[in-house]
Design a protein around this ligand. Structure first.
Ligand SMILES: NC(=O)c1ccc[n+]([C@@H]2O[C@H](COP(=O)([O-])OP(=O)(O)OC[C@H]3O[C@@H](n4cnc5c(N)ncnc54)[C@H](OP(=O)(O)O)[C@@H]3O)[C@@H](O)[C@H]2O)c1
Length: 276
């Protein structure tokens, strides 16, 4: 192997990649990296205007991006989005299931475990688990027909090491990890060994979905929980969206051609640390 071969592996020119929740903090950064490496990226979100902040960043990139409305909990809207993507790009080589998140009401703390509302739990399960499965049913069908493709799911450190209070999200992300393994085996055995399915398990990235748990609203100072996370992270900081990019490009590219069914922690060492 030489530098030219490594560069070729990470050249996404002509490859078409769909990112659900692609206007979000992590999905948006991933979209920019893939477009920067030549990919044609379809940013799907239920509020496409959220992607406006990204458009300027694409102007100097070698790839291209389109923004398409899709609600990952609505199969009709996913099918419509798929039609738009196929009309624009002709094929789908990759899917990144980034739509997901938590809800304060699905945690304990302000309420006991016994009083966590069913509706909040169902919301978090639906968004993370059903949203991932429904999107994959719609977009990976193309990969099954083409007999090649790559799917990347978003699990979480909560799936591997459930955090106190975080009831619904931990269980839902554990289901995403399980689905990742199941689908990797299913697609390889039933359709093609050239369809790979993996997941990321990000550690703690300060974003809108967890800001209320990790920082004080008024001062922005770390809560005791935020402090506890930092002291359990050997690298001593929260992740930034850019910290995910190397792993994403590796898993979406032929550089990981023999890797399927894995959940890769990107966590500054959180999982490895026993606390002592
Ligand atoms: N941030 C972290 O520390 C962390 C850690 C581990 C895993 N993750 C996972 O990483 C992924 C991306 O998270 P993020 O931090 O980038 O969160 P984010 O900024 O909230 O991005 C998620 C995006 O998904 C969209 N979305 C929500 N519901 C949707 C639906 N029904 N259909 C389509 N799009 C929908 C959101 O739109 P709205 O803004 O309109 O809701 C948002 O644009 C999520 O799966 C999250 O669970 C994050």
């Amino acid at each position: 192997m030489d530098l030219a071969e490594v560069t070729r592996m990470y050249d996404f020119t002509g490859r078409s990649i769909v990112i659900t929740g692609g206007a979000g903090i992590l999905g948006g950064e991933i979209a920019c990296a893939l477009v920067g490496c030549g990919a044609k990226v379809a940013i799907l979100d239920r509020d496409p205007a959220l992607a406006d902040r990204l458009m300027k960043r694409f102007e100097t990139s070698i790839g291209e991006a389109i923004v398409v409305y899709a609600d990952v909990l609505n199969r009709e809207s996913l099918l419509k989005a798929e039609k738009v993507v196929i009309e624009a790009f002709g094929r789908i080589d990759g899917l990144i299931n980034s739509a997901g998140g938590n809800k304060p009401e699905a945690t304990t703390g302000d309420r006991s475990f016994f009083d966590v509302p069913e509706g909040a739990l169902r919301f978090v399960f639906d968004l993370n688990v059903m949203g991932t499965i429904l999107s994959t049913q719609v977009f990976a069908r193309r990969m099954a027909e083409q007999r090649e493709g790559v799917v990347l799911n978003f699990s979480s450190m909560n799936a591997l090491r459930p955090l106190t209070r975080v009831l619904g999200y931990s269980a839902a992300k554990a289901a995403v990890s399980n689905f990742t393994q199941w689908l990797a085996v299913h697609l390889a055995q039933e359709y093609s060994p050239n369809i790979r399915v993996n997941a990321l398990a990000p550690g703690f990235f300060l974003t809108d979905q967890n800001r209320y748990l990790l920082t004080e609203k008024e001062t922005g100072a770390l809560t005791s929980r935020g402090q506890s996370i930092i002291s359990h992270t050997p690298m001593g900081r929260f992740g930034t969206p850019e910290d995910l990019l190397g792993t994403v490009l590796w898993l979406m590219s032929p550089a990981s051609a023999f890797v399927t069914g894995v959940v890769v922690p990107v966590d500054g060492g959180f999982q490895a640390f026993s606390g002592v």
